[in-house]
Design a protein around this ligand. Structure first.
Ligand SMILES: [Zn+2]
Length: 246
C-alpha cells in the first residue's frame, strides 16, 4: 500500500506503491488515477483504501485536476470541492482534510510544519519545476502560519533514467541548473527531484529525499511503481497523501 509512511506529532503522511489495490492489468493493483482507461469505481475504491490506510476519512480527501501549472489551492472548508480544483499544489491547516497528489514519474512532494499543523502536497513535473510550483506552495503554507517546513520527496523518475532531447535539457537547466543530468547510458537527461529539492532548500525548507534511503525510481521499479515512461497512456498513478489529524 505505502512505499513510505510517517506519523509526526500532529501530521500523517505517506506515498503509495502499486500493491494492495483492486485494479487489474496494467493498473494492477493500487491505481489511484482515473484518466488512464481504468474503471472509475475501482479507482474510487482504491483511493478510499489508501486514505483509510493513512487513518483519514475518504469523504474528506482533496484531489486536484493537475495541469502542470503554478496554482496553489488553499483548502479551507470541510467538504472537498466537486469537481476537484484545478491546481498543482494543495495546502491546508484544516484538521482532517486529506490532501492527495497523483503522479506517474513526475515528482510528488509532501510538505508539513508539524508544530503549526500546516500541510501541503505538490505535483512537480518538468513544467512545474520550471515554474517553481514548490516555492509557490511553501509561500501559501507560510500565509497559513507555517514556519519551519519539512518536505518529503517521493517516488518519481530519477535523473539517471529521465531521458530528454538535448535542447530540452539545455532549456530547463538554464532555468533550474540542478536539473542538468545524464542517463546511465550517457544521453541527455533531467534530474527533476534534484531541481525541486534545490528550490525547496532555497525557500528555507528542510528536504528529505526518500530516494536517499529507499528505491524510489518509478522507471526502474516496475515491481513496486507505475511509470508513464515505462507503461504509456495506460500507466497507473501513485499518490502522496498528508493530513493534519482531526
Ligand atoms: Zn531511475
Amino acid at each position: 500500500m505505502f512505499a513510505y509512511q510517517e506519523s509526526l506529532e500532529r501530521v500523517d503522511l505517506a506515498f503509495s506503491d502499486r500493491h494492495d489495490g483492486e485494479s487489474t492489468g496494467p493498473w494492477a493493483s493500487l491505481n489511484l488515477g482515473a484518466s488512464n482507461g481504468d474503471d472509475g469505481e475501482t479507482v474510487a475504491r482504491n483511493l478510499r483504501a489508501a486514505v483509510q490506510a493513512l487513518g483519514g476519512d475518504p469523504e474528506r480527501a482533496w484531489l486536484m485536476r493537475q495541469v502542470h501549472g503554478r496554482d496553489v489551492h488553499v483548502v479551507t472548508g470541510d467538504d472537498p470541492a466537486r469537481p476537484a480544483p484545478e491546481a498543482d499544489a494543495l495546502v491546508t491547516s484544516v484538521p482532517g482534510a486529506v490532501l492527495v497528489v497523483r503522479v506517474a514519474d513526475c515528482v510528488p512532494v509532501v510538505l508539513a510544519d508539524d508544530r503549526a499543523a500546516v500541510v501541503g502536497v505538490v505535483h512537480a513535473g518538468r513544467k512545474g519545476v520550471v515554474l517553481d510550483v514548490a516555492t509557490a506552495a511553501v509561500e501559501a503554507m507560510r500565509a497559513l502560519g507555517a514556519g519551519e517546513i519539512r518536505a518529503w520527496v517521493g517516488p518519481r523518475a530519477c535523473g539517471r533514467c529521465y531521458e530528454v532531447p538535448e535542447t530540452m535539457r539545455d532549456d530547463v537547466a538554464r532555468q533550474v541548473a540542478r536539473t542538468w543530468s545524464e542517463t546511465r547510458w550517457g544521453t541527455p537527461a533531467l534530474d527533476l527531484p534534484a531541481g525541486v529539492a534545490g528550490q525547496l532548500q532555497a525557500a528555507g525548507v528542510e528536504v528529505h529525499d526518500l530516494a536517499d534511503d529507499h528505491a524510489m525510481c518509478t522507471i526502474e521499479g516496475e515491481k513496486d511503481y507505475f511509470s508513464y515512461r515505462r507503461q504509456g497512456e495506460r500507466s497507473g498513478r501513485l499518490a502522496g497523501l498528508v493530513r493534519v489529524r482531526g
